[in-house]
Design a protein around this ligand. Structure first.
Ligand code: URA
Length: 166
C-alpha cells in the first residue's frame, strides 16, 4: 500500500494501483511512476525522502477509476494512514486524490497549485493538488503547470525548513 520513507515529511497520494503496481505490490512503478520519479527528482525528492500511497489500494477492474463508494470505503484507512505518517506536506496527484481529501465540488484545473491547510485526524498538513502524471503523459502541454506546482513545493520545503537528507 505504500513505497518510500515512512519518516518523510512529504507524502504523495495517487489514485490507485495499475497493472504494474498490482504485480509488484508497490505504488507508481509503471510509466506514470517513472514520470513521477522525474518530477520529484526535479526538486531533489526521491523515494528516500518522500512517502507514496494511493486513495485505493486495489486495482479497479479494467483499470477504471475507483467509484465514490470504493473511495468512501477506503477513506478511513487513508486518513489514518496520513495521520500515522504525519507529513508536513501532502501532495495530491489528480482529481481522485483531490476530491477524496479536499472535496467533491472542486476541479483539479482550478484547485491545483494552491496551498490548503487541513486537519486530518490529529495531523494538520499543508495540502497541494497537482496534475496526475498519467494525465500529463496524455496532455504534455499541461506539464508547465505541474512544474509551477513543484516549484511551490520546493519553496515550501525551504520555508518549513524540512531537511531532505533523512
Ligand atoms: N497511478 C496511480 O494513481 N497510482 C499508482 O500507484 C500508479 C498509477
Amino acid at each position: 500500500f505504500a513505497d518510500g520513507n515512512p519518516n518523510a515529511s512529504i507524502m504523495v497520494i495517487g489514485e490507485g494501483p495499475g497493472a504494474n503496481e498490482d504485480k509488484e505490490g508497490k505504488p507508481f512503478v509503471g510509466r506514470a511512476g517513472k514520470l513521477l520519479n522525474k518530477m520529484l527528482e526535479s526538486i531533489n525528492l526521491n523515494r528516500k525522502n518522500v512517502y507514496i500511497s494511493n486513495v485505493v489500494n486495489f486495482r479497479p477492474p479494467m483499470n477504471r477509476r475507483p467509484t465514490d463508494k470504493e473511495i468512501l470505503r477506503y477513506l478511513p484507512f487513508l486518513k489514518k494512514h496520513i495521520e500515522i505518517i504525519n507529513p508536513k506536506i501532502l501532495l495530491l496527484l489528480g482529481s481522485t486524490a483531490l476530491n477524496a481529501l479536499i472535496g467533491n465540488e472542486i476541479v483539479i484545473s482550478k484547485a491545483r497549485g494552491k496551498w490548503v491547510r487541513k486537519k486530518i485526524g490529529e495531523t494538520n498538513p499543508e495540502l497541494i493538488a497537482s496534475f496526475h502524471p498519467a494525465f500529463l503523459m496524455r496532455q504534455p502541454d499541461q506539464k508547465k503547470y505541474a512544474w509551477e506546482d513543484l516549484k511551490m513545493i520546493k519553496r515550501k520545503i525551504s520555508a518549513l525548513k524540512i531537511k531532505l537528507n533523512d
